[in-house]
Design a protein around this ligand. Sequence first.
Ligand code: ADP
Ligand code: MG
Length: 618
Amino acid sequence: MLELKHIVKRYDYQKVLDDINIVFPECGIVSIIGPSGCGKSTLLNIIGGIDDDFQGELLFHDKSVKNHLASYRRKHVSFIFQQFHLIMWLSVKENVALPQFFHPQEKQKILLDLDDLEKAKMKDLSLGQRQRLAYLRSRYHLSDILLCDEPTGSLDPEHGDQVMQLLKEEAQNRLVILVSHNKELVEKYSDEIYEMSDGCIVGHQIIDTPMKHISKSKSTSKIYFSHLRLSLSSLLSHKSRSFQLVFGLCVSMLCIVFTLTLSTNLEEELINYVYSLVPASSISFQTSNHDSLTLDIIDQFNDYSTIVKAEMYLDDYEFLGISFTGERYQESNTLFIGDDTSPYDDLQLEEGSYPNENYEILVSLSTAKYLCQDSDLSELINKKVYAWYQYELKVEAIEYKIVGITNQSTTLDTIYTMNHAYIYLLSDVYDFDISNVSAGLGIIYVSKDTDRNKVVEQLENDYPSYQFKEVGASTAQNISDTMKQVRMILLIFSFLAILSSLFLIGEVMFLNIVQKKKDLAIMKCFGANTFDIIRIVLYESLEIVLLAQVFSTILYLNCISLLNNIVSDVLLNNSFAFQADYRILVIVYLLAYILIFISQIPPLLYVLRLNTVNALKE
Ligand code: ADP
Ligand code: MG
């Protein structure tokens, strides 16, 4: 069944095995004896398919297995090591069933034999108990060949005898190859004995030629999500380190996510702010030769469908603000008002109705809230307010009535009046002729979603003697440009943060693998191929990223609402709120996956180069 042909093994040009030729029987115990250092373990490693660096042929059923050692191991070979080679971060049950994680195994009742051990922790097991596990694990995989390197080496004579009896039973169905120092036990139980010296076979003795008991093949079962389970066990074997990794990655991902979220939010808010001071939809105009504007021309502009409102500003006029008393202008009692010419057609009403008369006004929601302090907003409706104007150096009040409240919060307190209302009302108070006023500057508000630029072009065409200019356009552009630069700088820093933390994870995972290389080698002895190991390593790092992403999503959403609470406390009267941006999350998370794959290259290369024989010696 198993045959070695001209096996030669060298370590640094020194021949450790020299032309070994053995034909093994199908069953029975075949022992290899010889002084320490003569090459017994080296030979066993070659038979077991964990050492591929040798000359000669390893034949199984007359076929060379040298080029597919992993599947040869997985299908036909099982081990009992002198040092047991159990994996301490797996449970007792997982250790025994290790072969099943990589290859479906015949259904076994072995786990019953564990009874008292099943719940024990690996590190608490005694030497004898470990020996028992190592034996049960080798039986779990009902292989054709069982390799035992000094299986009784760490046991007292009584236990040694017990193990040999068990092996004798095993040998009824399979080939047991035994390396031992214990001549007495070897002679008592072996069916064939090979003697080695200095890498050569120097003696061969056949004691018995047992017949193989044919065992019926049973149905097989496998472990589901086996790689995932092993990787999770590995992750949990170093809880605090895993937690630190998750935490580090979480923080650096939050860094980049917050940088992006806050800067986009802030940019939007700044631009909104600029346009709340100088409306985004406004165009200023004046005559080319600085003649006074007239209400006639303003009304012509008002006829354009793209224009919501056109208004002109009287020269020498200033709007000082509004107050609830009209007796005397007092600055301390007067609320400074930012605008009384904004259009209100697009605005919804929170309370009341739109103005129908020149003396009727709307106030913005934020202004209304300020005006009524703690009382109900509806109490403002139909309330009289006095608007203070300074015209030609004289301060006078115009009596307005609040008829409605818009649903809009404004940066500056704002009232809305009908077209030219203030001009008509001022002409009454100051007693001047409307057709004869002097006004240098006018303003046009275009309707929503209208391209201001196009309106300007059209107006310039229709009114060549006027000059038109988009208000606030250059300021907004400047803000946009500046924010882009700020964002780029922040992005570079947070990108460096995420990059360094991912490479730190790569480094830690690399050390993790170096630390666990023996365990990985043990897995290879019990059926894992390199691809299985790569999957376990990759899953472990992906689990770290996944955990970090779950935590950072929770933190992100909570921090956004926390920030909003702080912002709303600091900025009373302001509707600004940070918005969680899920696109940013998705992009950053995908980026993290790509980077983690890159950072896993060194650990994976290490796995690919892992020398099973050397790793087991650690
Ligand atoms: P045994 O199991 O018979 O005691 P081994 O097979 O372990 O002997 O070792 C055989 C010889 O090979 C010894 O001389 C040992 O020093 C040498 N050897 C084993 N492993 C290595 C290695 N990784 N590098 C160099 N020499 C080695
Ligand atoms: Mg040895």
